[in-house]
Design a protein around this ligand. Structure first.
Ligand code: FAD
Length: 408
């Protein structure tokens, strides 16, 4: 087990500087354009693929870093560049992790390369769990997958919503209900291969922020996928369902859900994205406060402005520490006895919203225009308190974990 450290090693610093260079030279200059276009920034993804940032290898290398700092460091730098473009670059990774976590070796080898494509023909992937009536309440999922034994195929029907890269993805990972009586324990994940009949894009959402990232509904109308597309395979699913039915019979309410542990481990990554956006806005505000003069002196000369910047920096550093702690715990298998993963996401996302709003205030009228990036950063920051579990859901998870009570 790696000791918890707050210091990046030389190799990590090198990777961080390389990512920072890409974020500063390629992502940041493209940010305003793709925000206005509200389209997937394919040329930037392609550029990231060419240098090796948009690849499973890079993602896996950071993911398996035993210090736990690889992923948060990478997320912070890319999202420092721009949140919408960075999400377009890392969105495929979220689907890939779904396959890595639940798939067989064969499934991993078959599907993950198709999620990324290659630098001359980049592809993206989508992870589709949320539904119009199943957002925070994942247990209400209605999308059904029914096994057709005669053909060894699964037939999937339902509507997914809010899917990042939904409809434009080469590979969709779809969570569906295979046993409605078991609630969220009766869910399974499926690969929907490229060009599968019945899988189509519904409405594409026009959003408040992260507008370079494509978000859409995914319609699944009698989608037939081979039995081999069930992640983990049928035998493993049948065993898991049998265990869940058994536990349900014996009052399985309090049985720990493996999905909860997965969320605790993935949430710090979203926290790190929020730290990246917050840091970006803070840096713009600090520079501005040092150069903008009113009443014959820089505005930072006023405690009212300087203290805001002091608070912003303190909160960003505190958020990063919570994120790094939770990431270290996740990779080293430490139990999340106080929902530390949720804590890190809650604090970092709320910090990003607050800090980006303060940055607008410090820039005054300029902060309110699209001539300066803090207005976009503030719009982008609002997503962090919503996706991967809203702030209220994080508080619910933390409250339940620390109290051991089924708080509602
Ligand atoms: C840009 C974007 C990208 C996304 N990408 C993906 C993706 O790739 N794949 C995917 O599957 N999903 C994705 N999502 C969906 C996202 O995870 C959900 O939006 C989120 O989980 C919240 O669900 P909801 O929108 O249905 O809100 P609701 O669950 O309807 O919540 C509405 C409000 O009620 C509050 N609330 C709900 N229940 C409780 C409770 N018990 N106690 C207190 N408050 C409560 C919430 O906190 C929130 O404030 C994305 C969403 C967005 C906006």
């Amino acid at each position: 087990m790696a000791e918890f450290t707050m210091e990046l090693n030389d190799e990590q610093k090198e990777v961080r500087d390389w990512l920072h260079g890409f974020a500063a030279d390629v992502i940041r200059p493209a940010a305003a354009e793709w925000d206005e276009r509200e389209e997937t920034p394919w040329p930037v993804i392609q550029e990231a693929a060419k240098v090796g940032i948009y690849s499973l290898d890079f993602y896996a290398q950071q993911y398996f870093d035993s210090t736990g700092l690889g992923i948060p460091m990478a997320m912070e730098e890319l999202f420092w560049g721009d949140a919408g473009i960075a999400l377009s670059i890392v969105g495929t990774g979220l689907a890939a992790v779904g396959v890595l976590a639940n798939g067989t070796e064969e499934q991993i080898g078959t599907w993950i390369p198709q999620m990324y494509g290659d630098p001359n023909d980049v592809k993206v992937a989508a992870f589709c769990s949320s539904e119009p009536d199943a957002g925070s309440d994942v247990g209400s999922m209605r999308t059904r997958a029914v096994y057709d034994e005669a053909k060894d195929e699964w037939v999937i029907n339902g509507t997914k919503t809010w899917a990042t890269n939904g409809g434009i993805a080469n590979v969709h990972v779809v969570v569906a209900c295979v046993d409605p009586e078991l609630g969220s324990k009766g869910h399974a994940s499926f690969i929907v291969p490229p060009n599968t009949p019945g899988c189509s894009q519904g409405q594409k959402f026009k959003k408040h922020g992260i507008r370079a990232s494509h978000t859409a509904e995914v319609i699944l109308d009698n989608v037939r996928v081979p039995g081999s597309c069930l992640l983990g395979g049928k035998e493993k699913l049948d065993e898991r369902l049998a265990r869940a039915r058994e536990k349900a019979k014996h009052g399985g309410e309090r049985v720990k859900n493996a999905a909860m542990a997965t969320f605790e481990a993935s949430r710090p990554a979203v926290g790190a994205m929020a730290v990246g956006t917050a840091r970006a806005a803070y840096e713009v505000a600090l520079d501005y406060a040092k150069t903008r003069e009113q009443f014959g002196r820089p505005i930072i000369d006023n405690q009212g402005v300087a203290f805001q910047l002091a608070d912003m920096r303190t909160q960003i550093d505190a958020a990063r520490l919570l994120v790094w702690r939770a990431s270290w715990m996740a990779i080293n298998g430490k139990p999340f006895t106080a929902a530390e993963g949720s804590m890190s996401k809650l604090f970092a996302s709320e910090t990003a919203k607050k800090v980006t709003a303060q940055a607008i205030q410090i820039l005054g009228g300029n902060g309110y225009t699209r001539e300066y990036p803090v207005e976009r950063m503030h719009r982008d920051a609002a997503i962090y308190t919503i996706f991967e579990g809203t702030s209220e859901i994080q508080r619910l998870v933390i409250a339940r974990t620390i109290s051991g009570m089924p708080i509602r």
